[in-house]
Design a protein around this ligand. Structure first.
Ligand code: SAM
Length: 459
């Protein structure tokens, strides 16, 4: 790991100097970059973000944190023997591998993500598809019935209009009664996929926002709920929800009938990336292609909490803590104690350069350290399951805290080196934006605020 020449620790008479801080940060970024081929690849800019929302199969569930099938295709070689994705999210790598006939294994700490990835990539016989079609017809004819249990999510009444919640629970109860797990899971995914659309909320940033609260500059205008709901939802709410579900399921069925699949069904599990060691033989994979959480405090559990509660992956508030503990320490909720495992030493220097009054949580330094410590152990796992000369491609975005950029692409590449990888190159795909205040501060180092693909080779 590179040494930085200066001691950037704050002294007692420290007064934060923006210019000096950026000059010192730049020196660290340059030192980290020495000997790495940094290639500008703007043509990948659209491919590292979820711009696949109209692509068959990918459109089954709107997921903003994924990348495209096209990106995977550019990274695959013609003869991949086994592709692994230790942070498989909603399954882009696995869907792309499936289409090319490559065996693949995926794992994700979010049970909803693992479920969606599995349903998107599993095998369906013609008979199963015919069964699904029959059940879609049966769902279309439902008028009433037994309701599934109301989830214990405290805000549930604010998230759904009562008649819409009633319709959803009635349809869910019918779906859960199907014995054939492939039919049931397919229908359940369609049901999960419409939840946001029929709710009073939408996902934004790191959580959910109420649709009847409209942002007006720095304040909100709140429409009276009943008035807003009358404009948004038709009179017959049951019919409305049922129509959405049936349309969604028909689209999914159309995609799966049209898809030409070859090769084995991917193995998809809910769990920690570390568990890959139990799923893949040592030196068994030819390619690891993934995008880990970014070091930006995005909380995947919070962002998908409505879907997680509604589908039963979360049943109690204690479950949230358990799921959070499983993820990479990339957010304040996941850092419960000081980080003691190894992380790149440049992190301490960069933290020392931050505006001491600019951190929105005192936990952030530990979040950053924890993120890189966790990623180091996951990279070691990936290394162990790759064949000699096996490749690893990591899509990651850099982040900024208190006026200092954390260059995750360079830091992860250097961390990968410490577990045995050779750095082939870093492809810079696009530049990332920040708040206007940060943007002004980061002007001298803005080229490091970017999203990249790190290419590594197992020696
Ligand atoms: C950027 S997303 C991956 C998106 C994916 N490439 C796609 O296109 O759908 C990162 C994923 O890492 C998962 N994750 C976080 N910590 C994890 C861990 N320790 N092990 C496995 N997955 C984890 C999150 O739940 C999230 O789904």
């Amino acid at each position: 790991m590179l040494q930085t020449a200066k001691n950037y620790e704050q002294s007692s008479d420290f007064a934060w100097n923006e210019g000096l801080s950026q000059a010192n940060a730049l020196e660290i970024y340059r030192a980290l970059s020495v000997g790495i081929e940094i290639q500008q690849s703007p043509e990948l800019g659209q491919l590292v973000r979820a711009s696949d929302s109209c692509t068959p199969i990918q459109r089954w569930f709107q997921y903003r944190e994924g990348y495209t099938l096209e990106l995977c295709n550019r990274i695959f070689r013609s003869d991949e023997s086994l592709v692994v994705d230790p942070f498989c999210g909603f399954g882009s790598t696995l869907v792309a591998a499936r289409r090319r006939g490559f065996a693949s294994v995926g794992i994700d700490a979010n049970p909803l993500a693992a479920f969606v990835a599995k349903v998107k990539t599993r095998n369906y016989t013609r008979r199963t598809l015919d069964d699904i079609e029959v059940q879609i017809g049966a769902l279309a004819r439902i008028r009433s019935g037994v309701r599934a249990e109301v989830p214990l999510l405290r805000i549930i009444e604010k998230v759904f209009h009562p008649e819409i919640l009633d319709a959803l629970l009635c349809l869910q109860s019918r779906i859960l009664s199907f014995d054939n797990d492939k039919v049931r899971d397919f229908l359940l995914l369609g049901w999960i996929a419409i939840l946001e659309d029929v709710s009073n909320v939408f996902r934004e940033g790191n959580g959910i926002k109420y649709r009847n609260r409209i942002r007006n500059g720095n304040s909100y205008t709140v429409s009276p709920y009943e008035q807003w709901a009358a404009m948004r939802f038709p009179e017959d709410k049951f019919q409305f929800v049922k129509r959405k579900l049936v349309d969604q399921l028909k689209l999914m069925l159309e995609d799966i009938r049209a898809e030409k699949r070859s090769g084995a069904e991917p193995l998809v599990k809910h769990g920690d990336a570390e568990d890959l060691r139990d799923l893949v033989p040592s030196q068994g994979a030819s390619l690891a292609l993934f995008s880990p959480p970014y070091c930006n405090c995005f909380n995947y559990i919070k962002a998908y909490k409505v879907e997680l509660w509604m589908s039963g992956f979360i049943r109690t508030y204690a479950d949230i803590g358990k799921l959070t503990a499983l993820g990479i320490r990339s957010r304040v909720e996941s850092v419960l104690s000081p980080v003691v495992d190894p992380y790149p030493e440049e992190i301490d220097s960069l933290i020392g350069l931050m505006d001491p009054f600019g951190l929105w949580s005192a936990q952030l330094p530990e979040v950053i350290k924890g993120y890189f410590a966790d990623m180091r152990s996951r990279l070691a796992t990936v290394y162990s399951i790759l064949k000699p000369n096996g490749r690893c491609a990591i899509v990651v975005g850099n982040s900024a805290y208190a006026g200092v950029i954390i260059p995750s692409d360079l830091l992860l590449a250097r961390t990968a080196e410490t577990v045995g990888f050779k750095i082939e190159k870093i492809e810079v795909c696009r530049h990332l934006t920040t708040s206007s205040q940060q943007r002004r501060r980061l002007l001298p180092v803005k080229e490091y605020m970017r999203e990249s693909v790190i290419h590594l080779v197992r020696c």
